[in-house]
Design a protein around this ligand. Structure first.
Ligand SMILES: O=P(O)(O)OC[C@H]1O[C@H](OP(=O)(O)OP(=O)(O)O)[C@H](O)[C@@H]1O
Ligand code: HPA
Ligand SMILES: [Mg+2]
Length: 178
């Protein structure tokens, strides 16, 4: 697995430090609110687990699974809901937890869905932001790292379902997917 990585962008330690910082910020900003944290599966599962351990205020959790990449390094452009939320979002302060914003299509679709369901507020935390590839104008409210225009894997992020279990994030060698 490690042999397929061209370059490590962020180590496990760097990621953990950033996640802690984000958790503390969110704890302060959402104090006294009716917080519902939504994990966007599958990619965000590790980030979500580490993040909520660093949030010190009460919260509810739910999961939504969406997919648009499949076994490609480019978005299909079609965001599919594979699993929907179990709870209504009406009147809730919703925090969407994403591993990465690339084209922005997944997030813009999700924000639209949650707003149409009358969430009180919709906020986004993304660990990685790849602004160079954006096709939809969109900025996360909380961001971990800005990354270059390369396909990355690890810490939940996959290529064709592999590499999610790497504890760091790195650039995948082009020969692996071309
Ligand atoms: O900004 P975008 O171009 O929409 O890309 C970001 C989305 O793509 C990935 O999900 P993917 O569709 O690969 O599903 P997965 O999380 O199950 O891997 C990633 O986890 C984000 O949800
Ligand atoms: O760079 C990426 N890596 C893995 N999954 C992704 N989904 C969008 N961009 C990426
Ligand atoms: Mg994926």
């Amino acid at each position: 697995m490690q042999r397929d990585i061209q370059e490590v962008l962020y180590s496990e330690e760097q990621i953990q430090a950033k996640v802690k910082e984000l958790g503390q910020q969110i704890s302060r900003d959402f104090e006294g609110r009716n917080l519902l944290v939504i994990c966007v599966l599958k990619g965000a599962f590790i980030f979500m687990a580490d993040l909520v351990k660093n949030v010190t205020i009460p919260l509810d959790l739910d999961f939504m699974a969406v997919s648009s990449y499949g076994a490609s390094t480019k978005s299909s452009g079609v965001v599919k809901i594979i699993k929907d939320l179990d709870v209504p979002v009406e009147g809730r302060d919703v925090l969407i937890v994403e591993d990465i914003i690339d084209s922005g299509l997944t997030l813009s679709y999700l924000i639209d869905v949650l707003e149409r369901r009358n969430a009180l507020s919709v906020t986004v935390v993304a660990l990685f932001d790849k602004p160079g590839r954006r096709t939809v104008d969109l900025e996360p409210d909380y961001k971990g790292f800005t990354i270059p225009d390369a396909f990355v894997v690890g810490y939940g992020l996959d290529f064709a379902e592999k590499y999610r279990n790497l504890p760091f994030v790195g650039v995948l060698k082009e020969e692996v997917y071309s």
